[in-house]
Design a binder for this molecule. Structure first.
Ligand code: ATP
Ligand code: MG
Length: 515
Protein backbone atom coordinates (compact mmCIF):
# COMPACT_ATOMS: atom_id res chain seq x y z
CA UNK A 1 0.00 0.00 0.00
CA UNK A 2 2.64 2.46 1.07
CA UNK A 3 4.89 1.20 -1.71
CA UNK A 4 2.10 1.76 -4.21
CA UNK A 5 1.65 5.27 -2.91
CA UNK A 6 5.36 6.02 -3.23
CA UNK A 7 5.43 4.60 -6.75
CA UNK A 8 2.51 6.82 -7.65
CA UNK A 9 4.25 9.80 -6.15
CA UNK A 10 7.49 9.16 -7.99
CA UNK A 11 5.96 8.39 -11.33
CA UNK A 12 5.60 5.27 -13.36
CA UNK A 13 7.68 2.24 -12.45
CA UNK A 14 10.70 1.34 -14.54
CA UNK A 15 9.66 -0.25 -17.78
CA UNK A 16 12.29 -2.94 -17.42
CA UNK A 17 16.02 -2.55 -17.21
CA UNK A 18 17.49 0.21 -19.35
CA UNK A 19 19.67 -0.92 -22.21
CA UNK A 20 23.20 -0.85 -20.87
CA UNK A 21 24.62 -1.71 -24.27
CA UNK A 22 27.32 -4.23 -25.01
CA UNK A 23 30.94 -3.76 -24.11
CA UNK A 24 33.06 -3.40 -27.23
CA UNK A 25 36.81 -2.99 -27.10
CA UNK A 26 38.09 -1.02 -30.03
CA UNK A 27 41.81 -1.24 -30.86
CA UNK A 28 44.03 1.64 -31.98
CA UNK A 29 44.03 0.35 -35.55
CA UNK A 30 40.32 1.16 -35.70
CA UNK A 31 39.95 4.32 -33.59
CA UNK A 32 43.26 5.85 -34.66
CA UNK A 33 43.74 8.08 -31.61
CA UNK A 34 47.05 9.92 -31.73
CA UNK A 35 48.78 9.24 -28.38
CA UNK A 36 50.61 12.56 -28.74
CA UNK A 37 47.34 14.40 -28.15
CA UNK A 38 46.88 12.68 -24.79
CA UNK A 39 47.80 14.75 -21.75
CA UNK A 40 50.71 13.32 -19.77
CA UNK A 41 49.12 14.12 -16.44
CA UNK A 42 45.91 12.35 -17.32
CA UNK A 43 48.02 9.33 -18.29
CA UNK A 44 49.76 9.62 -14.94
CA UNK A 45 46.46 9.69 -13.03
CA UNK A 46 45.22 6.61 -14.89
CA UNK A 47 48.50 4.78 -14.28
CA UNK A 48 48.52 5.58 -10.55
CA UNK A 49 44.97 4.31 -10.15
CA UNK A 50 45.63 1.16 -12.15
CA UNK A 51 48.80 0.41 -10.19
CA UNK A 52 46.75 0.64 -7.00
CA UNK A 53 44.49 -2.06 -8.39
CA UNK A 54 41.61 0.07 -9.69
CA UNK A 55 40.08 0.34 -13.11
CA UNK A 56 40.74 3.72 -14.68
CA UNK A 57 40.21 5.35 -18.06
CA UNK A 58 40.20 8.69 -19.75
CA UNK A 59 36.53 9.36 -20.40
CA UNK A 60 33.91 11.63 -21.90
CA UNK A 61 34.61 14.69 -24.00
CA UNK A 62 38.36 14.05 -24.08
CA UNK A 63 37.88 10.66 -25.78
CA UNK A 64 35.38 12.24 -28.20
CA UNK A 65 37.82 14.99 -29.12
CA UNK A 66 40.77 12.58 -29.42
CA UNK A 67 38.73 10.41 -31.77
CA UNK A 68 37.99 13.45 -33.90
CA UNK A 69 41.63 14.47 -33.94
CA UNK A 70 40.99 17.56 -31.80
CA UNK A 71 43.16 18.48 -28.84
CA UNK A 72 40.92 18.13 -25.77
CA UNK A 73 40.68 21.24 -23.62
CA UNK A 74 40.62 19.16 -20.47
CA UNK A 75 40.84 15.55 -19.41
CA UNK A 76 38.46 13.63 -17.20
CA UNK A 77 39.21 10.26 -15.70
CA UNK A 78 36.67 7.64 -14.60
CA UNK A 79 37.48 4.90 -12.13
CA UNK A 80 35.94 2.33 -9.82
CA UNK A 81 37.81 3.86 -6.88
CA UNK A 82 35.69 5.95 -4.50
CA UNK A 83 36.53 9.65 -4.09
CA UNK A 84 38.21 8.89 -0.76
CA UNK A 85 40.31 6.16 -2.34
CA UNK A 86 41.31 8.48 -5.18
CA UNK A 87 42.22 11.27 -2.80
CA UNK A 88 44.46 8.89 -0.85
CA UNK A 89 46.60 8.21 -3.91
CA UNK A 90 47.55 11.77 -4.81
CA UNK A 91 49.37 14.46 -2.91
CA UNK A 92 47.24 17.32 -4.20
CA UNK A 93 43.73 16.00 -4.55
CA UNK A 94 40.48 17.56 -3.38
CA UNK A 95 37.02 16.10 -3.13
CA UNK A 96 34.55 18.63 -4.48
CA UNK A 97 30.86 18.91 -5.33
CA UNK A 98 27.72 17.80 -3.57
CA UNK A 99 25.29 16.98 -6.31
CA UNK A 100 28.08 15.19 -8.06
CA UNK A 101 31.11 14.35 -5.88
CA UNK A 102 34.37 14.13 -7.78
CA UNK A 103 38.08 14.53 -7.10
CA UNK A 104 40.27 17.25 -8.52
CA UNK A 105 43.86 16.09 -8.91
CA UNK A 106 46.00 19.17 -9.28
CA UNK A 107 49.32 19.50 -11.10
CA UNK A 108 51.53 22.55 -11.40
CA UNK A 109 51.00 26.01 -9.98
CA UNK A 110 49.60 29.42 -10.78
CA UNK A 111 48.51 30.07 -14.33
CA UNK A 112 50.11 26.86 -15.52
CA UNK A 113 48.24 24.62 -13.10
CA UNK A 114 46.11 21.85 -14.44
CA UNK A 115 43.25 19.90 -12.92
CA UNK A 116 42.38 16.33 -13.85
CA UNK A 117 38.82 15.55 -12.79
CA UNK A 118 38.41 12.03 -11.49
CA UNK A 119 34.92 10.66 -11.08
CA UNK A 120 33.80 7.33 -9.68
CA UNK A 121 31.70 5.10 -11.97
CA UNK A 122 28.05 6.01 -11.30
CA UNK A 123 25.11 3.67 -11.20
CA UNK A 124 22.34 4.37 -13.69
CA UNK A 125 19.30 5.30 -11.67
CA UNK A 126 15.98 6.51 -12.92
CA UNK A 127 13.55 7.17 -10.09
CA UNK A 128 12.09 3.66 -9.90
CA UNK A 129 15.54 2.14 -9.91
CA UNK A 130 16.57 4.53 -7.17
CA UNK A 131 13.79 3.24 -4.93
CA UNK A 132 14.79 -0.31 -5.69
CA UNK A 133 18.38 0.29 -4.72
CA UNK A 134 17.33 1.86 -1.45
CA UNK A 135 14.98 -1.03 -0.65
CA UNK A 136 17.27 -3.77 -1.82
CA UNK A 137 18.95 -5.65 1.01
CA UNK A 138 21.56 -6.95 -1.36
CA UNK A 139 22.68 -3.46 -2.34
CA UNK A 140 26.34 -3.61 -1.47
CA UNK A 141 27.72 -1.61 1.38
CA UNK A 142 30.14 -0.08 -1.07
CA UNK A 143 27.28 1.10 -3.24
CA UNK A 144 25.43 2.58 -0.30
CA UNK A 145 28.57 4.26 0.94
CA UNK A 146 28.36 6.77 -1.82
CA UNK A 147 24.63 6.89 -1.82
CA UNK A 148 23.04 10.27 -1.61
CA UNK A 149 20.71 9.81 -4.46
CA UNK A 150 17.51 11.71 -4.92
CA UNK A 151 15.05 12.10 -7.75
CA UNK A 152 12.19 14.56 -7.64
CA UNK A 153 8.61 13.86 -8.64
CA UNK A 154 9.26 14.78 -12.27
CA UNK A 155 12.13 12.34 -12.56
CA UNK A 156 14.83 14.97 -12.27
CA UNK A 157 18.03 13.66 -10.73
CA UNK A 158 18.90 15.90 -7.80
CA UNK A 159 21.98 14.11 -6.59
CA UNK A 160 24.03 11.56 -8.33
CA UNK A 161 26.46 9.80 -6.02
CA UNK A 162 25.61 6.12 -6.23
CA UNK A 163 28.59 4.12 -7.41
CA UNK A 164 28.03 1.38 -9.95
CA UNK A 165 29.59 -0.72 -12.70
CA UNK A 166 31.12 0.76 -15.84
CA UNK A 167 28.26 -0.16 -18.17
CA UNK A 168 25.86 1.81 -15.97
CA UNK A 169 28.29 4.69 -15.83
CA UNK A 170 28.34 4.73 -19.62
CA UNK A 171 24.54 4.62 -19.84
CA UNK A 172 23.99 7.61 -17.59
CA UNK A 173 26.20 9.82 -19.74
CA UNK A 174 24.49 12.06 -22.28
CA UNK A 175 25.61 11.45 -25.88
CA UNK A 176 27.01 8.24 -27.33
CA UNK A 177 30.15 10.11 -28.44
CA UNK A 178 30.61 11.33 -24.85
CA UNK A 179 30.37 7.87 -23.31
CA UNK A 180 33.58 6.17 -24.34
CA UNK A 181 36.57 5.15 -22.22
CA UNK A 182 40.18 5.21 -23.34
CA UNK A 183 42.95 3.27 -21.66
CA UNK A 184 46.20 5.03 -22.56
CA UNK A 185 48.27 1.99 -21.56
CA UNK A 186 46.60 -0.54 -23.87
CA UNK A 187 45.27 2.15 -26.23
CA UNK A 188 41.89 0.45 -26.22
CA UNK A 189 38.63 2.40 -26.42
CA UNK A 190 35.73 0.86 -24.53
CA UNK A 191 32.39 1.64 -26.17
CA UNK A 192 28.93 0.50 -25.04
CA UNK A 193 26.59 2.60 -27.17
CA UNK A 194 28.05 2.75 -30.65
CA UNK A 195 29.88 5.99 -29.98
CA UNK A 196 32.64 5.13 -32.45
CA UNK A 197 30.12 4.56 -35.20
CA UNK A 198 28.22 7.76 -34.39
CA UNK A 199 31.49 9.69 -34.41
CA UNK A 200 32.22 8.30 -37.88
CA UNK A 201 28.71 9.20 -39.04
CA UNK A 202 28.96 12.67 -37.45
CA UNK A 203 25.86 12.05 -35.37
CA UNK A 204 25.07 13.42 -31.93
CA UNK A 205 22.78 10.85 -30.40
CA UNK A 206 21.39 10.90 -26.88
CA UNK A 207 21.76 7.56 -25.09
CA UNK A 208 18.40 5.99 -24.23
CA UNK A 209 15.08 7.79 -24.65
CA UNK A 210 15.88 11.48 -25.23
CA UNK A 211 12.59 12.67 -23.70
CA UNK A 212 13.32 10.83 -20.45
CA UNK A 213 16.94 11.96 -20.47
CA UNK A 214 15.97 15.63 -20.81
CA UNK A 215 13.50 15.14 -17.97
CA UNK A 216 16.16 13.58 -15.72
CA UNK A 217 18.44 16.52 -16.29
CA UNK A 218 17.12 19.43 -18.37
CA UNK A 219 20.61 20.93 -18.63
CA UNK A 220 21.21 18.28 -21.29
CA UNK A 221 19.10 20.51 -23.55
CA UNK A 222 21.74 23.21 -23.34
CA UNK A 223 24.49 20.63 -23.70
CA UNK A 224 22.86 19.41 -26.91
CA UNK A 225 23.08 22.95 -28.29
CA UNK A 226 26.67 23.32 -27.16
CA UNK A 227 27.94 20.11 -28.74
CA UNK A 228 25.93 20.70 -31.90
CA UNK A 229 27.65 24.09 -32.14
CA UNK A 230 31.11 22.87 -31.26
CA UNK A 231 30.99 19.99 -33.72
CA UNK A 232 29.07 21.78 -36.47
CA UNK A 233 32.34 22.67 -38.20
CA UNK A 234 33.07 18.97 -38.50
CA UNK A 235 29.64 18.40 -39.99
CA UNK A 236 28.02 16.87 -36.91
CA UNK A 237 24.23 16.97 -36.60
CA UNK A 238 21.87 16.12 -33.80
CA UNK A 239 20.11 12.88 -34.60
CA UNK A 240 16.42 13.64 -35.26
CA UNK A 241 15.05 11.80 -32.20
CA UNK A 242 17.54 13.72 -30.08
CA UNK A 243 16.67 17.08 -31.62
CA UNK A 244 12.91 16.74 -31.85
CA UNK A 245 11.92 16.92 -28.15
CA UNK A 246 14.21 19.89 -27.42
CA UNK A 247 11.67 22.66 -27.87
CA UNK A 248 9.05 20.99 -25.72
CA UNK A 249 11.59 19.99 -23.08
CA UNK A 250 12.72 23.61 -22.72
CA UNK A 251 9.98 24.27 -20.14
CA UNK A 252 11.73 21.84 -17.77
CA UNK A 253 14.56 24.33 -17.41
CA UNK A 254 12.33 26.41 -15.14
CA UNK A 255 13.14 24.01 -12.30
CA UNK A 256 16.89 24.10 -12.74
CA UNK A 257 18.78 26.27 -10.25
CA UNK A 258 19.67 29.66 -11.73
CA UNK A 259 23.33 29.26 -10.87
CA UNK A 260 23.59 26.07 -12.93
CA UNK A 261 21.87 27.74 -15.88
CA UNK A 262 24.20 30.69 -15.58
CA UNK A 263 27.21 28.37 -15.69
CA UNK A 264 25.85 26.49 -18.68
CA UNK A 265 25.19 29.77 -20.47
CA UNK A 266 28.82 30.72 -19.92
CA UNK A 267 29.94 27.40 -21.34
CA UNK A 268 27.90 28.12 -24.45
CA UNK A 269 29.53 31.51 -24.78
CA UNK A 270 33.05 30.95 -23.57
CA UNK A 271 34.29 27.67 -24.92
CA UNK A 272 35.17 29.00 -28.33
CA UNK A 273 31.85 28.51 -30.11
CA UNK A 274 29.72 31.45 -29.06
CA UNK A 275 28.63 32.48 -32.55
CA UNK A 276 27.99 28.89 -33.58
CA UNK A 277 25.98 28.33 -30.38
CA UNK A 278 23.79 31.30 -31.11
CA UNK A 279 23.24 30.03 -34.64
CA UNK A 280 22.27 26.62 -33.21
CA UNK A 281 19.89 28.15 -30.66
CA UNK A 282 18.10 29.91 -33.51
CA UNK A 283 18.22 26.87 -35.76
CA UNK A 284 16.76 24.59 -33.09
CA UNK A 285 13.98 26.98 -32.11
CA UNK A 286 15.56 27.76 -28.75
CA UNK A 287 16.44 31.41 -29.31
CA UNK A 288 14.27 32.42 -26.36
CA UNK A 289 13.42 31.04 -22.97
CA UNK A 290 16.48 29.11 -21.86
CA UNK A 291 17.76 31.76 -19.50
CA UNK A 292 16.88 35.47 -19.40
CA UNK A 293 20.41 36.73 -19.85
CA UNK A 294 20.97 34.33 -22.72
CA UNK A 295 17.86 35.77 -24.39
CA UNK A 296 19.54 39.16 -24.26
CA UNK A 297 22.72 37.77 -25.78
CA UNK A 298 20.81 36.15 -28.66
CA UNK A 299 18.76 39.30 -29.24
CA UNK A 300 21.88 41.45 -29.45
CA UNK A 301 24.14 39.00 -31.21
CA UNK A 302 23.59 40.89 -34.45
CA UNK A 303 24.44 44.29 -33.08
CA UNK A 304 27.92 45.35 -34.14
CA UNK A 305 29.31 45.66 -30.64
CA UNK A 306 28.03 42.37 -29.18
CA UNK A 307 28.89 40.51 -32.35
CA UNK A 308 32.43 41.85 -32.18
CA UNK A 309 32.69 40.81 -28.54
CA UNK A 310 31.46 37.29 -29.28
CA UNK A 311 33.74 36.90 -32.29
CA UNK A 312 36.69 38.15 -30.28
CA UNK A 313 35.91 35.72 -27.47
CA UNK A 314 35.81 32.83 -29.94
CA UNK A 315 39.08 33.96 -31.46
CA UNK A 316 40.78 34.21 -28.08
CA UNK A 317 39.64 30.78 -26.95
CA UNK A 318 40.84 29.40 -30.27
CA UNK A 319 44.25 30.91 -29.62
CA UNK A 320 44.34 29.44 -26.12
CA UNK A 321 44.05 32.84 -24.44
CA UNK A 322 42.04 33.39 -21.27
CA UNK A 323 38.55 34.85 -21.43
CA UNK A 324 36.53 36.47 -18.67
CA UNK A 325 32.78 36.22 -18.23
CA UNK A 326 32.81 39.72 -16.74
CA UNK A 327 34.14 41.15 -19.99
CA UNK A 328 31.65 39.45 -22.24
CA UNK A 329 28.70 40.27 -20.01
CA UNK A 330 29.88 43.86 -19.71
CA UNK A 331 29.75 43.99 -23.52
CA UNK A 332 26.32 42.40 -23.73
CA UNK A 333 24.79 44.80 -21.18
CA UNK A 334 26.65 47.92 -22.26
CA UNK A 335 23.75 49.22 -24.33
CA UNK A 336 21.56 49.25 -21.20
CA UNK A 337 24.20 50.96 -19.09
CA UNK A 338 24.79 53.58 -21.75
CA UNK A 339 21.12 54.32 -22.23
CA UNK A 340 20.46 54.59 -18.51
CA UNK A 341 23.46 56.83 -18.17
CA UNK A 342 22.49 59.07 -21.07
CA UNK A 343 19.01 59.49 -19.62
CA UNK A 344 20.46 60.62 -16.32
CA UNK A 345 22.91 62.98 -17.98
CA UNK A 346 20.02 64.50 -19.87
CA UNK A 347 18.43 65.24 -16.50
CA UNK A 348 21.68 67.02 -15.62
CA UNK A 349 22.72 64.47 -13.02
CA UNK A 350 26.39 64.41 -12.14
CA UNK A 351 28.19 62.13 -14.56
CA UNK A 352 29.82 59.66 -12.20
CA UNK A 353 26.90 59.08 -9.83
CA UNK A 354 24.71 58.91 -12.92
CA UNK A 355 26.85 56.11 -14.30
CA UNK A 356 26.88 54.32 -10.93
CA UNK A 357 23.11 54.47 -10.77
CA UNK A 358 22.69 53.30 -14.33
CA UNK A 359 24.92 50.33 -13.54
CA UNK A 360 22.94 49.48 -10.38
CA UNK A 361 19.77 49.55 -12.41
CA UNK A 362 21.20 47.19 -14.99
CA UNK A 363 22.34 44.73 -12.32
CA UNK A 364 18.87 44.77 -10.79
CA UNK A 365 17.11 44.30 -14.08
CA UNK A 366 19.38 41.86 -15.83
CA UNK A 367 21.57 39.94 -13.43
CA UNK A 368 19.29 39.69 -10.41
CA UNK A 369 20.87 38.10 -7.39
CA UNK A 370 24.61 38.30 -7.80
CA UNK A 371 25.37 36.68 -4.48
CA UNK A 372 28.29 34.36 -4.95
CA UNK A 373 29.19 36.29 -8.05
CA UNK A 374 30.56 39.31 -6.29
CA UNK A 375 33.80 39.34 -8.22
CA UNK A 376 32.06 39.04 -11.55
CA UNK A 377 29.79 41.98 -10.77
CA UNK A 378 32.66 44.04 -9.37
CA UNK A 379 34.73 43.44 -12.49
CA UNK A 380 31.87 44.39 -14.78
CA UNK A 381 31.33 47.56 -12.82
CA UNK A 382 34.97 48.43 -13.03
CA UNK A 383 35.14 47.89 -16.78
CA UNK A 384 32.17 50.23 -17.24
CA UNK A 385 33.35 52.85 -14.75
CA UNK A 386 36.69 53.05 -16.51
CA UNK A 387 35.13 54.12 -19.81
CA UNK A 388 34.59 57.80 -19.01
CA UNK A 389 38.00 57.90 -17.35
CA UNK A 390 39.59 57.00 -20.66
CA UNK A 391 38.40 60.38 -21.88
CA UNK A 392 40.67 62.07 -19.35
CA UNK A 393 44.11 62.20 -20.79
CA UNK A 394 45.59 65.00 -18.72
CA UNK A 395 47.37 65.35 -15.42
CA UNK A 396 48.05 62.23 -13.43
CA UNK A 397 44.85 60.40 -14.39
CA UNK A 398 46.36 58.25 -17.16
CA UNK A 399 49.30 57.25 -14.97
CA UNK A 400 46.91 55.98 -12.31
CA UNK A 401 44.70 54.27 -14.85
CA UNK A 402 47.39 52.01 -16.27
CA UNK A 403 48.29 50.88 -12.77
CA UNK A 404 44.79 49.56 -12.12
CA UNK A 405 44.59 45.80 -12.00
CA UNK A 406 41.63 45.81 -14.38
CA UNK A 407 43.17 48.28 -16.82
CA UNK A 408 43.64 45.66 -19.51
CA UNK A 409 40.01 44.59 -19.47
CA UNK A 410 38.83 48.20 -19.44
CA UNK A 411 41.15 49.02 -22.32
CA UNK A 412 40.07 45.99 -24.35
CA UNK A 413 36.51 47.18 -23.89
CA UNK A 414 37.48 50.63 -25.15
CA UNK A 415 39.22 49.06 -28.14
CA UNK A 416 36.10 47.13 -29.00
CA UNK A 417 34.05 50.33 -28.79
CA UNK A 418 36.54 51.95 -31.16
CA UNK A 419 36.30 48.98 -33.52
CA UNK A 420 32.58 49.64 -33.93
CA UNK A 421 33.10 53.41 -34.17
CA UNK A 422 31.52 54.11 -30.82
CA UNK A 423 34.60 56.10 -29.84
CA UNK A 424 37.31 57.53 -32.01
CA UNK A 425 39.95 54.99 -32.87
CA UNK A 426 42.66 57.51 -32.00
CA UNK A 427 41.55 57.43 -28.38
CA UNK A 428 42.13 53.69 -28.17
CA UNK A 429 45.42 54.10 -30.04
CA UNK A 430 46.53 56.76 -27.60
CA UNK A 431 45.89 54.48 -24.62
CA UNK A 432 47.62 51.61 -26.30
CA UNK A 433 50.73 53.72 -26.86
CA UNK A 434 50.53 55.18 -23.39
CA UNK A 435 50.23 51.80 -21.69
CA UNK A 436 53.28 50.47 -23.49
CA UNK A 437 55.47 53.58 -23.25
CA UNK A 438 58.18 54.51 -20.76
CA UNK A 439 57.62 57.43 -18.38
CA UNK A 440 59.23 60.09 -20.59
CA UNK A 441 57.15 59.08 -23.60
CA UNK A 442 54.06 59.02 -21.43
CA UNK A 443 54.70 62.64 -20.46
CA UNK A 444 54.95 63.51 -24.17
CA UNK A 445 51.71 61.73 -24.89
CA UNK A 446 49.92 63.63 -22.15
CA UNK A 447 51.33 66.90 -23.57
CA UNK A 448 50.05 65.99 -27.00
CA UNK A 449 46.62 65.17 -25.66
CA UNK A 450 46.54 68.49 -23.87
CA UNK A 451 47.51 70.38 -27.03
CA UNK A 452 44.77 68.62 -28.97
CA UNK A 453 42.28 69.50 -26.33
CA UNK A 454 43.21 73.17 -26.37
CA UNK A 455 42.98 73.27 -30.14
CA UNK A 456 39.48 71.89 -30.06
CA UNK A 457 36.39 74.08 -29.78
CA UNK A 458 34.48 73.37 -26.59
CA UNK A 459 31.12 72.07 -27.59
CA UNK A 460 29.01 70.07 -25.30
CA UNK A 461 26.06 68.30 -26.69
CA UNK A 462 23.15 67.16 -24.68
CA UNK A 463 23.08 63.39 -24.85
CA UNK A 464 20.05 61.64 -26.18
CA UNK A 465 19.22 58.11 -25.19
CA UNK A 466 19.92 55.95 -28.18
CA UNK A 467 17.34 53.55 -29.47
CA UNK A 468 17.06 50.42 -31.53
CA UNK A 469 19.74 48.57 -33.38
CA UNK A 470 21.87 51.69 -33.72
CA UNK A 471 22.34 51.76 -29.98
CA UNK A 472 25.47 49.75 -29.80
CA UNK A 473 27.18 51.84 -32.40
CA UNK A 474 25.92 55.27 -31.32
CA UNK A 475 28.78 57.53 -30.35
CA UNK A 476 28.84 58.37 -26.70
CA UNK A 477 32.14 60.14 -26.71
CA UNK A 478 30.53 63.57 -27.07
CA UNK A 479 28.17 62.85 -24.24
CA UNK A 480 30.85 61.87 -21.81
CA UNK A 481 31.54 63.92 -18.74
CA UNK A 482 34.79 65.22 -20.03
CA UNK A 483 35.83 68.28 -18.09
CA UNK A 484 38.73 68.63 -20.47
CA UNK A 485 36.58 68.30 -23.53
CA UNK A 486 39.08 66.02 -25.21
CA UNK A 487 36.68 63.23 -25.83
CA UNK A 488 37.11 62.82 -29.53
CA UNK A 489 40.49 63.63 -30.93
CA UNK A 490 40.40 65.10 -34.44
CA UNK A 491 40.66 62.45 -37.11
CA UNK A 492 43.50 64.10 -39.00
CA UNK A 493 45.76 63.54 -36.03
CA UNK A 494 45.30 59.82 -36.27
CA UNK A 495 48.46 58.17 -35.11
CA UNK A 496 49.94 55.09 -36.56
CA UNK A 497 48.45 52.06 -34.89
CA UNK A 498 51.12 49.93 -33.40
CA UNK A 499 50.77 46.31 -32.38
CA UNK A 500 51.57 45.91 -28.73
CA UNK A 501 54.75 44.06 -27.97
CA UNK A 502 54.85 40.49 -26.77
CA UNK A 503 52.15 38.83 -28.84
CA UNK A 504 49.28 38.54 -26.40
CA UNK A 505 48.93 42.19 -25.78
CA UNK A 506 45.52 43.52 -26.42
CA UNK A 507 42.41 41.57 -27.04
CA UNK A 508 38.96 41.33 -25.67
CA UNK A 509 38.10 39.42 -22.57
CA UNK A 510 41.62 39.17 -21.29
CA UNK A 511 40.86 38.62 -17.65
CA UNK A 512 43.95 38.98 -15.58
CA UNK A 513 46.06 39.47 -18.66
CA UNK A 514 47.16 42.89 -17.46
CA UNK A 515 50.78 43.89 -17.47
P1 ATP B 1 33.87 19.70 -23.05
O1 ATP B 1 34.80 19.33 -24.13
O2 ATP B 1 33.12 20.93 -23.35
O3 ATP B 1 34.48 19.69 -21.68
P2 ATP B 1 32.65 17.30 -22.16
O4 ATP B 1 31.92 16.27 -22.96
O5 ATP B 1 33.95 16.91 -21.58
O6 ATP B 1 32.77 18.56 -23.07
P3 ATP B 1 31.89 17.93 -19.49
O7 ATP B 1 30.86 18.89 -19.02
O8 ATP B 1 33.31 18.19 -19.20
O9 ATP B 1 31.67 17.77 -21.05
O10 ATP B 1 31.46 16.51 -18.93
C1 ATP B 1 32.28 15.36 -19.03
C2 ATP B 1 31.46 14.13 -19.37
O11 ATP B 1 30.51 13.88 -18.32
C3 ATP B 1 30.61 14.25 -20.62
O12 ATP B 1 31.35 13.90 -21.76
C4 ATP B 1 29.48 13.28 -20.35
O13 ATP B 1 29.88 11.96 -20.58
C5 ATP B 1 29.28 13.44 -18.85
N1 ATP B 1 28.25 14.45 -18.51
C6 ATP B 1 28.47 15.73 -18.16
N2 ATP B 1 27.32 16.35 -17.88
C7 ATP B 1 26.35 15.45 -18.08
C8 ATP B 1 24.93 15.47 -17.95
N3 ATP B 1 24.30 16.58 -17.58
N4 ATP B 1 24.25 14.33 -18.23
C9 ATP B 1 24.90 13.20 -18.59
N5 ATP B 1 26.22 13.13 -18.73
C10 ATP B 1 26.94 14.21 -18.48
MG1 MG C 1 35.25 18.03 -20.28
Amino acid sequence: MIKKFITKLLGKPASGKPDFGRRTEVPASVHGIDPNLVDERAVNVVRTLQQAGFEAYIVGGAVRDLLLGLRPKDFDVATDATPEEVKGLFRRAFIIGRRFRIVHVVYGRGREHEVIEVSTFRAYLDNAAAEQVKGNERTSKRQLEGMQHAVDSSGRVLRDNVWGPQDEDATRRDFTVNAMYYDPQTQIVVDYHGGIQDAKKHTLRMIGDPVARYREDPVRIIRAVRFAAKLSQLGFKLESKTAKPLVEAKALLADVPQSRLFDEMLKLLQTGHALASIAQLKHLGLAKGIYPLLDVVVERADSAFVKAALADTDRRVGEGKPVAPSFLLACVLWADVRDGWAQRLARKDHPFPALQEAIDEVFDARIGDVSGRGKLAADMREIWMMQPRFEKRVGSTPFGMVEQPRFRAGFDFLRLRADVQEVDVTLADWWQEFSLADDATREDLVQQARAEQLAKPRVRRVPKPATGESRAAAPVADTLPSSDGDAAAPKKRRRRRRKPGGGDGVGAASEGAAG
